[in-house]
Write a protein that binds this ligand. Structure first.
Ligand code: WTA
Length: 630
């Protein structure tokens, strides 16, 4: 592939070119894709509005670039290898040709139900190939998918369904996760009580009992039964919406990050090819869920655009035991393995015995994503999984960036534990101080911004452009603000230090503190709450909630359990607080603002230096909180 970087000097050359001649650079990359009509202008941008457009006037369909573009050469190559939750259940392999036919059949089924270009479709499914088929079928006909992680509760699902005014939901009867069988359709039914969704299509996975509403609910296998394997791709504009993906921010309401067709396509393949240095025939495995951006860009779109073989795993790392990941690596001879630090730390706790049983010699490249990887986990991963021969690509990026922004190029960029190293071509990073002054040179630390557009960047937050502007483009003028703190060391290498806003990162999942507080406050006994993150050995960050509550008719333990259940029900089990402390008051300034800095310190257990507390309305509250900490 002509756009592949093979050497460090090649990387430096390409990077330079991408900065000095960005339009020429991206036009060259984009030219290896199939456009029904070529663009008339590569880029138009303005970060104040913000308004960013790539490959303007270009017409295409992303699925034509996955299938038709190279079907003649790779039709019989495995596209998706699927490994079931239970190791005793047979897996499935779909070649590119088979996947193409399945996508077309399902695309036709959607069309038969009146779903077409511009319609929003929610996908709430387990990790089965049909989840990818659903996404691609939407893209084929120009419908806009919004995948919701199947661990979210019915009310979280309902919020997303209503926010994007979804016309249809694609789901399953149930979901196998480890030793559990989880109801999925029942959650959808609850979410749909007050919605205008016209169609629900249910994939049969667990065969558990479900209720089907006449005229609204249909079985997947029935709707595709009579559909043709041919479905012409809808012609899309480069800037037509491809998908919406909801993510947490510093306010209570999740926002729908919007990605568009042309730029996302170009960047997801370009970054996949280069970061992982995928070679023909390799088996690539990303352990994320399709409900997150990592699943979108690096299980489905990036690898499939690149003609890669992507492995999809339905289960969890510890079922039936803590050797499962390694059993799957051995079984499918996985060459590239991409996971999250939280999974590495969780497995690290089981020691090396579960690894020793398996042959991991197929591995060539290891990846990490979702949160900062601590040095200890990095070394463990490198030594015990990579056997000191696999480069680790620590990839920093976000739902909003659409693709990997800072990462080593596997085997080419010299790595440094806990460092995401250097930006990919096209990514112009900028470190600023709190006033927005750029900190130039090396050995500096500040907030991470990006000062020039890249093709797969967020275009808007669905239905609320102002929010996009306020959240990302208003903190520092003329720049996209990531919300992360960063250090550039003496070598010019980047180390991500974690969020500097009210977002916490629990096991690589983003959570807005306000979102969790809102859920806690739903409990009738809760008067007020404040949530912060604290360092957690396995999860990276844990959720610590300070709650003012009325204890009449409750014991402390009862109430704490009830609050945990409440959060689980409103958002989902991933948001359940790890620790809840009942407190008599919260440290507030005279203007009523909660001083989270203090709460973070107490949660961390660093109690000696509270910093300046003179602006607090009632400094005694801090002493009481410290005394009450268990
Ligand atoms: C964090 C996940 C350090 C970061 C792709 C970012 C990371 C947030 C890394 C985005 C990394 C992601 N090192 N921190 N390699 N990767 N993050 O939207 O705080 O779920 O802002 O996207 O995860 O999370 P999101």
């Amino acid at each position: 592939m002509s756009d592949r970087i093979y050497t460090l000097s090649g990387y430096l050359y390409e990077y330079q070119k991408s900065v000095t001649q960005p339009e020429e650079f991206w036009a060259r990359i984009a030219d290896s894709f199939h456009w029904r009509k070529r663009w008339s202008k590569v880029l138009k941008w303005n970060f104040d509005e913000p308004n960013v457009q790539w490959f303007i006037g270009g017409k295409l369909n992303i699925t034509e670039n996955i299938f038709e573009r190279h079907l003649f050469t790779i039709g019989d190559r495995p596209a998706i290898i699927w490994e079931a939750n239970d190791p005793n259940e047979a897996g499935r392999t779909l070649t590119y040709k088979e996947l193409f036919y399945e996508v077309n059949r399902f695309a036709n089924a959607l069309k038969s139900r009146g779903i077409g270009k511009g319609d929003k479709v929610i996908i709430y499914m387990p990790m089965v190939p049909e989840a990818a088929i659903a996404m691609l079928a939407c893209a084929r006909i120009g419908a806009i998918h919004s995948v919701v992680f199947a661990g979210f509760s019915s009310s979280a699902l309902a919020d997303r369904v209503n926010d994007c005014e979804a016309k249809a939901i694609l789901t399953s009867d149930g979901n196998f996760r480890g030793s559990k069988k989880i109801a999925v359709k029942a959650v959808v039914d609850e979410a749909l009580e007050k919605s205008s969704v016209e169609t629900v299509i249910v994939y049969e996975r667990t065969k558990q009992e479900v209720t089907m509403k006449e005229g609204r609910d249909f079985w997947w296998h029935e709707v595709i039964a009579s559909e043709s394997e041919q479905c012409p791709a809808e012609e899309m504009d480069s800037e037509d919406m491809l998908f919406i993906l909801y993510t947490s921010g510093s306010t209570g309401k999740p926002k729908g990050v919007v990605h568009t067709t042309g730029g996302y396509m170009v960047y997801s393949q370009y970054s996949f090819d280069n970061v992982f240095q995928y070679s023909e025939g390799d088996v690539y495995w990303c352990t994320a869920d399709v409900g997150w951006i990592t699943g979108h860009s690096y299980i489905v779109y990036g690898p499939l655009l690149a003609g890669a073989t992507t492995l999809m795993f339905e289960g969890v790392p510890t079922f039936p035991d803590a050797g499962r990941f390694w059993a799957v690596v051995e079984k499918h001879k996985v060459n590239v393995f991409y996971t999250a630090p939280t999974a590495i730390r969780a497995l690290q706790a089981y020691g090396t015995e579960p690894i020793q049983k398996y042959d991991l010699s197929s591995l060539k490249v290891l990846g990490s994503v979702g949160e900062p990887i601590n040095e200890e986990a990095w070394h463990w991963y490198h030594t015990h999984i990579g056997k000191n021969k696999c480069p680790i690509v620590d990839t920093w990026w976000q739902t909003e960036t659409g693709g990997i922004m800072v990462s080593p190029i596997a085997g080419i960029t010299p790595t440094k534990p806990a460092y995401a190293t250097l930006p990919l071509p096209g990514v112009q990073l900028c470190i600023v101080d709190p006033e927005g002054n750029e900190l130039t040179g090396n050995s500096v630390e500040g907030n991470l911004c990006i000062k020039f557009p890249w093709p797969s960047m967020i275009r808007t937050t669905y239905g609320d452009h102002e929010r996009c502007k306020q959240t990302y483009f208003s903190t520092y003028k003329g720049m996209y603000f990531t919300g992360d703190g960063v250090k550039r060391d003496h070598d010019g290498y980047y180390r991500i230090l974690g969020r500097v806003d009210d977002v916490i990162n629990v096991s690589g999942h983003r959570m807005g503190t306000a979102e969790v507080e809102n859920a806690i406050n739903e409990h009738p006994k809760v008067i007020e709450s404040a949530v912060v993150g604290y360092p957690h050995e396995v999860k990276g960050q844990g959720i610590y909630a300070y709650v003012i509550a009325d204890l009449t008719n409750r014991t402390e333990d009862n109430l704490i359990n009830e609050i945990k259940e409440m959060v689980s029900k409103i958002i989902g089990p991933i948001a359940k607080p790890d620790k809840i402390q009942l407190v008599p008051g919260l440290p507030k300034t005279r203007s009523g603002k909660i001083m989270r800095r203090i709460l973070r310190k107490v949660a961390e257990g660093s109690l000696d230096n509270m910093g300046d507390t003179s602006t607090l309305l009632d400094p005694d509250v801090v002493t009481k909180i410290i005394e009450g900490k268990k």
